[in-house]
Design a protein around this ligand. Sequence first.
Ligand SMILES: [Zn+2]
Length: 239
Amino acid sequence: MNTTLLFRDDAYLQSTEAVVTAITDDGHLILDQSVFYPTGGGQPGDRGQLQLANGESIEITNTQWLDASMQQIAHIPAEGSKLPQHGDKVQLLLDWETRFKRMRIHTALHLLSVILPYPVTGGSIGDGEGRLDFDIPEAVLDKEALTLKLQAMVDSGAAVSTQWITDAQLDAEPELVKTLSVQPPRGSGKIRLVKIEGLDLQPCGGTHVANSAEIAQVRIKKIEKKGKQNRRVRIALDS
Ligand SMILES: [Zn+2]
């Protein structure tokens, strides 16, 4: 049974009821639905609590896709946890403080890719900070100037929304491709696009804030040189 990905439609959901549909040999819990984002796209897996019907609570230390088919989510309990049974009803509670910071950083990285319109070769999201690696031929990047640009986009209060399109729709609207900074993956039939009103449109499966202003204070923390053309640009939240 596939896990319904509640965070895909509403990244602000902090809890949900769920049913244990399977327990792996490793003791990882598969649920019928989840608000926990599994590790992927440079964003770490969520952590939080899983409450049992008897009032006991288990610490979930990480969340991952069960396998490469990406249909089921494995919630990883702290070592030594007393596990629920198959079919048990549970309550999932997200570590919201951590997740919301990741949503802010994640959305800020989309904006970073707008102010630095170069090919992105990598990236990751940490707690309160994140980075993108760019293929940038020229060496001079002004940290302060980039911070001002990024903060102006944040402060503009741009709405962030998602839309799904099919491969066929993308073929029918080739002009859409020009506005995408990343070529969307083909073949699965459906592509999820994340739109930052008036600023950015790109395929992404992660969790984002609903308005750029929620990113609040952000700055370019460091720009590192990694190889001849590669620049690692680190950003950080200030609160
Ligand atoms: Zn994203």
